[in-house]
Design a protein around this ligand. Structure first.
Ligand code: G3P
Length: 221
């Protein structure tokens, strides 16, 4: 399973990269706004800065909601760097745009996916990645992980190549469950990635090992 970081924060992207486990980045207009990045030029420059840090795929989302606008925007985004993936919302013109990008060998990430039906449509259009929003489904008191399992089963049966990118991940447990459910990629906040490290028995065990080492060293001196 690939690990993407879901942020537009350059420091967090660098920190995840330094951990040696980072395969890519996803962003969206809300994450850009959170970093105070506004205006087309600044947004483009910021994507370039992200692509300069990360070698793997970087999803950059279109703002247009009509076919023509999405195609033009997608092409401008592709000019930023070779690792850009055009992120397109799961709407009618979005599906049409994904099919067009697929035909022109431009990688896409179909976002805002909340059902298996939408997942089938995105795969048929040839999306490179599919982003079901786990946390937002959980917020509605449904089970986001069930959707990942259902899509993984359907894609397996049908032989679709589209990679399931579990998004709206909020916790380390989401990451573990997404791996178990058959996600190809998880995109997570840095806090969820670092949360995977934590176990009190690791800390206690390490303290003990170091204390025993010190004791043995003192004895031999
Ligand atoms: O990857 C999608 C993500 O950015 C949405 O996450 O936490 O706003 O539902 P969240």
């Amino acid at each position: 399973m690939k690990f993407f970081i879901d942020t537009a924060n350059l420091d967090q992207i660098r920190e995840a990269k330094d951990l040696g486990i980072l395969d890519g980045v996803t962003t969206n207009p809300s994450l850009m706004a959170k970093e105070g990045i506004t205006g087309t030029n600044n947004v483009m420059k910021h994507y370039k800065a992200i692509c300069d840090i990360v070698e793997g795929d970087v999803s950059a989302e279109v703002i247009s909601t009509d076919f023509k606008g999405m195609i033009e925007e997608g092409q401008r985004l592709m000019d930023i760097a070779q690792n850009i993936v055009v992120k397109v919302p799961m709407i009618k013109d979005g599906v049409k745009a994904i099919a067009w990008f697929t035909e022109h060998e431009i990688p896409t990430n179909c976002t805002l996916v909340f059902s298996a039906g939408q997942a089938i449509l995105a795969a048929k259009a040839g999306a490179t990645y599919l982003s079901p929003f786990i946390g937002r489904i959980d917020d509605m008191n449904w089970d986001g992980m069930e959707l990942i399992k259902q899509i993984a089963e359907i894609y397996g049966i049908q032989g679709y190549d589209t990679q399931i990118l579990a998004a709206s991940i909020r916790t380390p447990l989401h990451i573990v469950q997404a791996a178990q459910a058959g996600a190809d990629v998880v995109t997570c906040p840095l806090s969820a990635i670092l949360g995977l490290l934590k176990h009190p028995l690791t800390d206690i065990g390490l303290q003990q090992f170091l204390a025993d080492h010190e004791k043995a060293k003192a004895k031999s001196n």
